[in-house]
Design a protein around this ligand. Sequence first.
Ligand code: CMC
Length: 437
Amino acid sequence: MTEKNSLTLIDNRSGRRIELPIMEGTQGPAAVDIGRFYRELGYFTYDPGFLSTASCHSELTFIDGEAGVLQYRGYPIEQLAERSSFLEVAYLMLYGELPTRPQLDEFTDIILHHSMFNEALKSFFRGFYHDAHPMAIMVGVVGSLSAFYHDSTDITNPRHREIAAHRLIAKMPSIAAASYKHSIGEPQVYPDNRLSYTGNLLNMMFSVPCEPYEIDPVAEKALDLIFILHVDHEQNASTSTVRLAGSSGANPFACIASGIAALWGPAHGGANEAVLRMLDEIGTVDNVPRFIARAKDRNDPFRLMGFGHRVYKNYDPRARIIRRMCHEVLDKLDDGQDPRFELALRLEEIALQDEYFIERKLYPNVDFYSGLIYKAIGIPVNMFTVMFAIARTVGWVAQWMEMIGEKNQRIGRPRQLYVGPRQRDYVPIEQREPAGD
Ligand code: CMC
């Protein structure tokens, strides 16, 4: 981070002038440091939705939304997707460099050996009603981990932070699979450390004690790829939530639970589930124009799920990769039979030629395709966002560790533009008039 230039602002109201330093990163737009703004001018800056606000500096992920570029620690997502593995990317995010073979072997071993969770946690699952959404279970169970792992909640101790990161990455698949098993009334399956990270997840979700289960290598590989694509995405809603919760000194398990809650919404991680539900609602290709018209109608709240992105104003690079994978997986696992894939392609084609979508630079995002792959693998729709949460845990913990490791780290505390009533006096209840009369 360097400061070379400054921005001069003149306040027309008071005639005062202020010089604000411009901070240059290594790539992407520079940022104006407005830390002194309120102190010197007495104004807050106003930026609802944070359209122009950098909330932190970070070495983890770089996105160029105009060019459709995504890099983790400088490595293009295309190269990682083609040549790396989820756990290798996790190592890269936590430690800053790609691991050597012995480093990767050791890291894999550590993660696999943290995959079981405390037996007492099992009773938490039983407390949920059978039709609880697995994301609701995830928020509760992950939040409760701090009650079990006191030896990794001292956030001032770097070793505690590291163990908490390992535990979270390792236990997420086990918790996710247990949530699923609970929802379908089957016994929970323990992790098997002979299996890969995604192989283990598939085994815990789909095997039953009474018969053998064979992991499909196509599904195992596809999940690993999807997980790489979802590892991190700089300061999105859930990551910002994790950072904000963490800035108060909350323990890492509580912070990640808050990230899971933020991810759940349909404008964020819940979009993959919403895409499938939307495709089911559209039903056939003939209905596509009607739904496109609804998406364009300002008076209709309907939006094309899986389209548009706050940062990408070009094709989402993850969508490009996953689109290819989608063809491959559906050919192998589904024989190209799922009519929703054809429907999705037709929807994409029509939307990409439509003036409304072109003007607003609305392209399919990663969630447009991920749900189709999950479906082909046999993952139920209400588990889609859980899959996202497993992968994004790596980004959340890496971002949390980066923030907590900073010198002079402070609590996040945005301000507001107050538009409520001015001061008024309390009126005794007998003397009050009904509001609006
Ligand atoms: N369908 C129809 N119109 C849309 C859509 C859409 N999916 N997305 C944006 N627009 C329109 C929007 O109505 C607005 O039009 P106008 O300028 O006429 O008012 C314009 O495009 C700009 O939209 P915005 O709401 O200001 O954009 P945003 O940056 O606040 O929202 C978004 C980004 C992702 C929340 C939004 O595009 C959306 O709701 N997409 C559908 C949900 C989705 O797929 N989410 C997954 C995002 S990727 C994975 C992740 O981050 O978790």
